[in-house]
Design a protein around this ligand. Structure first.
Ligand code: ZN
Length: 443
């Protein structure tokens, strides 16, 4: 059933729902062309809806002399102006359909990790569709665990996912029954007590915040304590540090899967068993990578993750700068899935380098400059005005003194004189908790 045929009624359309849930959750049946056709149909449908009903897009299209018919495929979404966090927080109502019945929508707030708090409303069908495609992630997990019914536990907080689950129970009890039961441990709980709880519950699948899972396994390694090991670990919400991921995968031998979602779009992507990037749920969410001016970038070039939620008719967000960094991955994945892939890069997007003089610089400019120096993997943290730490993983044959001269010259040229730059060579890049992470790139 296409988006055009969707009713505007507030009740969940169960035919639509079931086609989502049972149609092809394991997705390998759809060829890339079939998936693209489904995606593009949703693009056309939601652009028309946005043009007719959502003030911000009606205005944006008219100002550019565009009409819904100019949008034939997902690539055309780039014709829209990039929606920034500031646009949404400044005028949240402009992204809501005219005459929408607010009581039918679920209100979510973004977490306080960014400077611009945003309110995002989701309509019932968007919630269900977003949840349904996550069955792909579940199918993969089930295969790794080796069965379909098993105990899960999560290390998380009562946040938006809990609200969504509760809402699902009200609007679609039949779907809610399919949500697996999980025992929850708070991220604020003392690790020793979490360990105790896990020994008792014996989950075969452990999910949660990357940072909390990382802390748990580091604790197990350092203390020598043990738990019945889960068969799979999945993380979301915040990054799992590379070092900690390695502890889980290599020292404990447990496969790790990342899921990528946001308050603005529940299901953006997921890591498959090959672990080479995130497959995008492109039938509900289109993703492109763009430079600061909003132009799409080639695979392998880091840039802003620009998301279009193709199913939500509450707060309509198309061509929206999510605030994360990533790069497109070329070619088909070895797992056989045809869903396109992106690589997630740690660090927040839209961070500017503050300078003693002159206007702030977008970090992308620094990325370009340091790449030209010949850096391979690196991280830049601005710890204070004029003060930076650059962490470098060098390639064999690269001479540190020469690299350092290049780094200092490039940064001085770009940012200004009088910088205090510390250059380090850690064995691995870790996300830092102090200072702004300006850039963090991996191959
Ligand atoms: Zn794959």
């Amino acid at each position: 059933m296409s988006g055009d045929e969707r009713t505007d009624d507030s009740a969940v359309d169960f035919r639509y729902l079931l086609s989502q849930v049972w149609g092809e959750p394991r997705d390998r049946k759809l060829s890339a062309d079939e998936m693209a056709a489904r995606r593009d149909e949703r693009v056309r449908s939601i652009v028309r809806f946005a043009y007719d009903r959502v003030p911000w897009y009606g205005r944006a299209l008219r100002e550019r002399g565009l009409e819904p018919n100019d949008f034939r495929s997902a690539a055309d979404l780039a014709l829209l102006p990039v929606v920034e966090h500031e646009d949404l927080s400044a005028a949240p109502d402009a992204f809501l359909p005219r005459d929408v019945r607010m009581e039918t929508l679920l209100e979510l707030k973004t977490s306080g990790s960014t400077m611009m708090p945003r309110r995002v409303y989701h309509d019932p069908e968007g919630i269900v569709a977003g949840w349904a495609v996550k069955l792909r992630e579940r199918a993969l997990r089930d295969r790794i665990v080796g069965e379909a019914r098993y105990r899960s536990a999560s290390l998380s907080m009562d946040g938006n996912p809990t609200l969504v689950r509760e809402h699902l129970r009200t609007i679609a009890p039949a779907v809610w029954k399919l949500v697996s039961e999980s025992r929850k441990f708070s991220v604020f709980e003392d690790t020793a007590r979490v360990v105790e709880g896990l020994r008792e519950w014996r989950p075969q699948h452990l999910s949660g915040y990357g940072s909390a899972l990382g802390r748990l396994f580091r604790y197990l390694k350092e203390s020598g304590e043990s738990i019945p090991l889960p068969k799979a670990v999945s993380f979301s919400s915040d990054a799992l540090a590379p070092l900690e991921r390695r502890i889980i995968e290599e020292e404990f031998g447990v496969p790790v899967l990342g899921n990528y979602g946001a308050t603005e779009a529940f299901a953006i992507g997921f890591e498959c068993e090959k672990g080479d990037g995130y497959h995008v749920h492109e039938d509900v969410c289109h993703v492109r990578i763009a430079d600061p001016e909003g132009r799409s970038l080639e695979p392998g070039v880091p840039g802003s993750i620009i998301v279009s939620n193709l199913v939500n008719r509450g707060t309509v967000l198309l061509n929206y700068r999510q605030g994360d960094l990533g790069e497109a991955v070329a070619g088909q994945c070895g797992c056989g899935r045809t869903l396109p892939r992106i690589q997630l890069l740690a660090g927040r997007d839209m961070l500017f380098i503050e300078r003693a003089e002159g206007i702030p610089l977008h970090q992308y400019k620094l990325y370009r400059a340091l790449k030209d120096v010949g850096l391979y993997r690196w991280q830049v943290v601005q710890t204070a005005l004029q003060q930076f730490t650059v962490r470098v993983i060098s390639l064999p044959g690269q001479e540190p003194p020469k690299l350092e001269v290049g780094i200092r010259e490039a940064m001085t040229d770009l940012i200004g004189a009088g910088l205090d730059i510390t250059i380090e060579y850690p064995p691995e890049l870790e996300r830092t908790r102090t200072g702004k992470v300006l850039a963090y790139y991996r191959p």
